[in-house]
Write a protein that binds this ligand. Sequence first.
Ligand code: OFO
Length: 167
Amino acid sequence: MVSDKIEKALNKQIRIEAESSQIYLSMACWAEKKGFEGVAEFMFAQADEEREHMLKLLRYLIERGGNAEISELSKPASVFNSPKEMFEEVLKHEIFVSESINDLVAVTFEERDFATHNFLQWYVAEQIEEEATARTILDKINLIGDDRSGFYLFDKDVRSMITPKAE
Ligand code: OFO
């Protein structure tokens, strides 16, 4: 059984992961419309991953006897000036999510809930990876600069960065 404080903190994170999925879905639509097919595929895959993160938390909370809440989600931004601006938003968002996971881990210490603490280690590792991926993509964009033909290769490259789905 989880404490009320842990239940509340997990529900907050469930909402953040669901909102992450919506944010990336909106970015995928923008990229698709602008003709960045590789970027669009990458963002659709990211949106799926975030939904998986949300479900994993939700199932854990239920398994531990807590009440999972499905809350209303904020409307994500749908217009970006460039892929660079869009990926800057991705990095900013992932840093925000990492901070939120850290806050959640801190609550597990306060509540002496070591099972939830262990469970969250997967998220801690995942956030390191997601921040690193966003930084790598931004580095690539900065290397290309204003070279339009570079964007063609960049778009293909980003598609190849999609993490294969676990069976
Ligand atoms: Fe859920 O991993 Fe990013 O946000």
